[in-house]
Design a protein around this ligand. Structure first.
Ligand code: HEM
Length: 212
């Protein structure tokens, strides 16, 4: 088995562990007095962790020069979407029983729900266009542009978390710091690319229209 396939298998099995733990606890009365809260928090946490992990693959592959790591990014991103869907379903199904009236009331009372929902909506086009066929259809540049939405998902997810906690803001702040580092890295790379493009353009002499 080659390195990429082995890493993908390990990531696949590891990414299912949080779900397996929840199922195991549910079957063994281990979810405590408020099971919905436990499921919401666990799926929310894992969505955010996986979004940030997806964002960290590009810097990681450049820093470690392990360029093959790009091959695991799609799987981690899809797992982020999977846990976000479970998180969303827990809310609309287990918590609100598809009661639209209740949800509208809740959205008005707790604005962090709208922010979380926006983060989730942004993940949908990314999951739908994660195939090699979509990359060919959209063209590499457009696909890359679309997939930058993941940064907005990250920002909205951290805002969602910061707004929902009542007292101890340590965890959302920690996630916020990780996200800021990843965003700064991106901005740095973008600035560097722009600067070297400009230098290249200046170095190439423009041919005169009338050589005589
Ligand atoms: C990418 C999308 C999302 C991410 C990354 C995310 C992340 C999180 C995180 C990290 C938590 C806190 C977990 C903890 O306390 O340990 C949380 C809680 C929560 N989220 Fe989300 N979320 C997302 C989308 C949504 C959506 C779409 C909804 C509902 C429409 C939602 C509703 C909630 C609720 C109700 C809570 C619990 C609030 C409380 O404890 O009072 N989230 N989410």
């Amino acid at each position: 088995m080659n390195r990429l396939r082995l890493t993908k298998t390990i990531i696949f099995l590891a990414a299912l562990v949080p779900l397996e733990r929840l199922v195991w606890k549910a079957l063994h009365d281990g979810l405590g007095a408020n099971p919905i809260e436990v499921i919401t928090h666990s799926t929310g946490d894992w969505t955010l962790i996986l979004v940030l992990t997806t964002l960290s693959i590009t810097p990681l592959r450049w820093i470690t020069r392990q360029y093959w790591l790009i091959g695991v990014r799609r799987m981690i991103g899809l797992f982020a979407f999977f846990y976000a869907t479970l998180h969303f379903l827990t809310y609309i199904w287990l918590d609100k029983f598809f009661d639209i009236h209740e949800m509208v009331k809740d959205v008005a009372k707790r604005p962090f729900i709208t922010v979380g929902f926006s983060a989730f909506v942004l993940l949908i086009p990314l999951a739908l266009t994660s195939t090699a066929w979509s990359i060919r259809r959209l063209g590499g540049r457009n696909w890359q542009r679309l997939h930058r939405l993941i940064y907005f998902t990250g920002i909205l997810a951290v805002v969602h978390y910061t707004w929902l906690v009542k007292a101890d803001r340590r965890k959302p702040i920690e996630y916020g710091i990780v996200l800021s580092v990843l965003l700064l890295y991106r901005v740095g790379v973008w600035g560097f690319e722009k600067a070297s493009e400009k230098t290249k353009q200046q170095a190439i002499p423009v041919p005169s229209r009338n050589p005589l």
